[in-house]
Structures are given as C-alpha cells and as structure tokens.
Design a protein around this ligand. Structure first.
Ligand SMILES: *Cc1c(COP(=O)(O)O)cnc(C)c1O
Length: 370
C-alpha cells in the first residue's frame, strides 16, 4: 500500500547523516532533536504546544487522562474507525458512545453526534478519516453549548487544512481542545518505527500532558499524578524533522495520484470516487472507493494475484467487534457504517506512485468490474 523504500532512497543521505549524528550524540532519549522536532511541528501546525509521545494510541490515551475524564463519562466517536480510538476510551473505563458516519466523507455525522449527547457526555472524538477533516464547526458549537471537550484523532490527516465558513484555515488537529497524531511508518508523516504527538493551544493542559507522558512527574522522582511512560525517541525525531519539511510536497504527490485515479474511474457507473468536501483540503492518507454490490475480498484477491495491494479499511465496524460488543448496539444501528464496511476498498496510495503503476492499478480494477 505504501512504498517506503523508494521514498527513503530519495532522502537517504540526509536521513543516514541525521541518524548517525544522533547515535554519535548518545542523546537517545529526550535529545535535542526531540525538542527541535517539537518546535518545527509547532511552527508547521501553527499550534502553541506539541507534546511528542510514543505512538498515536498513547496520544489519545494521554489526552483523555489529561482531561480528567472519569469512569462512566461518555465519549462520543464513530464506529467507522481504527480500533485505537475506541480502545483507549474503553481502557480508561469511560463509556464509548458510537455514532454513524456520512456516506460521502466517511467522517462522523454531526447530526448523529447531536442526538447522542446526554448529561454524561464529556467529550467528542472526531476522526479525520483517510486524510480529510471532519466538519468541525458544528461540533465546536455543540461543544461550546454543552461544555464538552473535543479530542481530534488526527492520525490520518496531518497537514490537511480545515476551512471555516468565513474562509479562515487551521491545520487538522489544532481546532479542538486537543489533537492527537501518529507517526507510524505508513501514516502521511511516518517515522521509521513508532511515534506520536499531542497538540494543544492551552498552556495549562500542555503542562498536564507533559507531566502525564513522563510518569506523572514534574520534579524528578516526585509523582503528583498517575502517568505513563510515552516518549518519542531522538532517532525518530531526527527522521521526522527531515520528513516534515517534505510533508506538503508529499501531500501534493498523493493528490496527483488521487486525480489520476479519479479520472480513470470517472465514467464507471458503479464506482464512487472520494468526495472532496468544501471545508477541508484532502491529504489522501487513503484513496478509498465505494463500489456497490462488491465482493471486496474477491477484488482484493484479484488485485493480489497481480501483486497490487488493496486493503479494506475497515471490514468490521467497532460495534460489531467481539471486544466491543455492547447490548446498547445491534447490527443495523449504523446503516452507513455497515454499508461502507461492506463496499469500501482502498488502493495503493503513497508518494512514489508513477503513471505506469497507476495505469496498471486502475485498468486492473476496471477489468475486474467489467
Ligand atoms: C494509526 C491510527 C491510530 C493509532 O496510531 P498508532 O501510532 O498506531 O498507535 C489511531 N487512530 C487512527 C484513526 C489511526 O489511523
């Protein structure tokens, strides 16, 4: 699905030098590169605070810990997401409240969120799925009205712009109370191992987040709250600094590939190509088709026989996962999510796709569909 080798080869000298510099510095943990990357990312996102951490799942967990959410508190999110979003809610003893998504963007449906708000609701976790922002303005209004926190799961849309009705723009992940991201290798800003970060414009919250990722410790060996150990290591930070400088260029390469796909499928009546919403730019973490009456696994197998990877994100909605079965939810409760889980297929999407590959991928899909 991604070609990390070709991408690396283009920046090999720079990366190798940066990694060797960290090794020679022996500052493997919390070295100067971590601080430098933090500042670079703050500048890029135009956000006051970036708190690096070990992965995107930790980022979400630490965010919820910092907001002092208590068992029984309800957190609204979507059933059509990667498990981490729901996992951390459950892990902290909070109550996940799942809602449906919109069929065009695959993102959380603000109207469903509104209906799900109860006196116990404390937070909303919008997931900017596949590289495009959730429509944040309606959610921000609800948060204001009901005094709720918004934690943006921005693991898939780093670099995307949210466009407000008045035309102003903010980077995905910097709109709500807290934003979370992942630097897993296949994400749009991926390192060469695990990594993550938390963003906020709130000074007091930033301080709490920094203490929590560091064992609840502000003064060394004095622990004022229960924390975790969640660090970004210096080698990953050095790599991320280099890749951050290329992030917009990488997004442009992804967009170009997406346009090629769009054109190739434009005339096929059974294929729905990704919609670009007016309130967000798209950084194409995934390029996901919706195809009616499709046996996705058969298409995936057909592509696999030609050595073309294709993935189904996500084949089983959260409310139908064994770990998250809940008497509150039944099959049929989230019709859009369930429809999508049966009809989506994501094609290879990365920064190194050339026309020949794109041609082969698109003609293979079209040949299969007939
Ligand atoms: C990847 C991802 C995460 C988790 O990130 P990790 O770094 O793998 O822990 C969380 N949410 C979403 C939507 C993701 O895609």
């Amino acid at each position: 699905m991604v070609d990390l080798k070709s991408q690396y080869e283009k920046i090999q000298q720079e990366i190798d030098n940066a990694v060797i510099d960290v090794i020679r510095s022996t500052q493997y943990i919390n070295g100067s590169e971590v601080k430098n990357f933090q500042q670079d990312l703050e500048k890029y996102l135009d956000v006051k605070h970036v708190i690096p951490c070990a992965n995107g799942t930790d980022a979400l967990q630490v965010a919820m810990m910092a907001l002092d959410l208590k068992p029984g508190d309800e957190v609204i999110t979507t059933s059509f997401t990667f498990v981490a979003t729901v996992e951390v809610i459950a892990l902290l003893g909070l109550t996940p409240v799942l809602v449906d998504v919109l069929p065009d963007t695959f993102n959380i449906d603000p109207e469903s969120v509104k209906r799900a708000i109860t006196p116990k609701t404390k937070a909303i976790v919008p997931v900017h799925l596949f590289g495009q922002c959730v429509d944040m303005e309606p959610l921000m209004e609800m948060a204001q009205e009901h005094n709720l926190y918004i934690i943006e799961d921005n693991a898939q849309a780093i670099g995307a712009d949210y466009i407000f009705k008045d035309g102003t723009r903010k980077k995905a992940g910097t709109i709500g109370t807290i934003g979370c991201t992942s630097f897993f290798p296949s994400k749009n800003l991926g390192c060469y191992g695990d990594g993550g970060a938390i963003f906020t414009n709130d000074d007091a919250l930033a301080q709490r987040l920094r203490v929590i990722v560091n064992h609840g410790m502000e003064v060394r060996y004095y622990h004022d709250s229960v924390g975790v150990n969640s660090r970004l290591d210096s080698i990953q930070a050095a790599i991320l600094r280099i890749k951050l400088r290329k992030l917009d260029e990488y997004a442009a390469a992804r967009r170009k590939a997406a346009c090629f796909y769009d054109r190739a499928f434009a005339n096929h009546p059974g294929i729905k190509t990704p919609v670009r919403s007016k309130f967000s730019t798209h950084v194409f973490h995934q390029y996901t088709l919706v195809i009616d009456d499709l046996d996705q696994f058969a298409l995936q197998k057909f592509m696999g026989e030609r050595e073309i990877p294709a993935m189904i994100y996500y084949p089983v909605p959260m409310h139908m996962q064994k770990a998250y079965i809940d008497p509150r939810y039944n099959e049929g409760d989230f019709p859009v999510t369930e429809m999508l889980s049966k009809s989506v297929i994501s094609l290879p999407m990365h920064t190194e796709l050339d026309e020949e590959q794109l041609q082969f991928i698109t003609s293979s899909v079209l040949e299969y569909l007939g």
